[in-house]
Design a protein around this ligand. Structure first.
Ligand code: URA
Length: 216
């Protein structure tokens, strides 16, 4: 069986709404940040569907005993926000996964070559077996940052089938690169846009996600 990258674009009115707010150039920074938090929340909600390990047990309600399903607190979950822009999805992600470990990865891209380099790497040398990982990268443009993040994770023994990427806007060049190298990955995004401009920005996109969120 040949594997093919799976890209999910959830059909949810809240995701469409917050994407529209984020795209609008007249949205002020404070509201942009709220919109990205909401997108982080709803996209992670979708990304964790049928993915979080659960345990079946029984609980006593005030009236009777019944069967119950809990998220398995022993199953390791990690969130890897790619700084800076990944930080704006983190609050929403943490709201729904409060016990996940957070490992920051700071990548900056060279504006000439568009290739990223790493200035902060808080990934552990080794992850617990079967750790499920969500990478937060709002803009999948050239794919350089997310490819570097995947390289760092796989070099630590992480199986790509256990990784989900949460983005807000994805462009074909990044999806192509991911599909070629990591076809077993699952990507969740609010939209797939047409392409990139000569500076590597997604068009129509939403501009520089980090600058807009942090008012820089
Ligand atoms: N990073 C951004 O913030 N925006 C883009 O369009 C591409 C990369």
């Amino acid at each position: 069986m040949t594997l093919q990258l799976r890209v999910y674009v959830p059909e949810h009115p809240l995701i469409k709404h917050w994407l529209a707010v984020a795209r609008d150039a007249s949205t002020p920074s404070v509201l942009f940040k709220s919109a990205m938090t909401e997108l982080g929340r709803w996209l992670c909600y979708e990304a964790t569907r049928n993915w979080l390990p659960t345990i079946e047990t029984r609980v006593q309600t005030p009236l009777a005993e019944c069967s119950a399903t809990f998220v398995n607190p022993e199953a390791p979950i990690a969130i890897v926000p790619i700084l800076r822009a990944g930080l704006v999805l983190l609050e929403g992600a943490q709201n729904i996964l409060p016990i996940a470990s957070i490992y920051h990865l700071g990548l900056v891209r060279d504006e000439q070559t568009l290739e990223p380099s790493c200035y902060l790497n808080k990934l552990p040398t080794q992850f617990k077996p079967q750790t499920r990982i969500i990478i937060l990268e709002p803009m999948l443009a050239t794919g350089g940052s997310v490819m570097l993040a995947m390289k760092e994770l796989t070099s630590r023994g992480i199986d790509p089938t256990l990784v989900r990427i949460v983005s807000v806007v994805a462009a074909p060049p990044a999806l192509r690169r991911l599909g070629e190298q990591f076809p077993s990955l699952n990507v969740y995004t609010a939209i797939i846009d047409e392409g990139l401009n000569s500076r590597g920005y997604i068009v129509p996109g939403l501009g520089d996600a980090g600058d807009r969120a942090f008012g820089t």
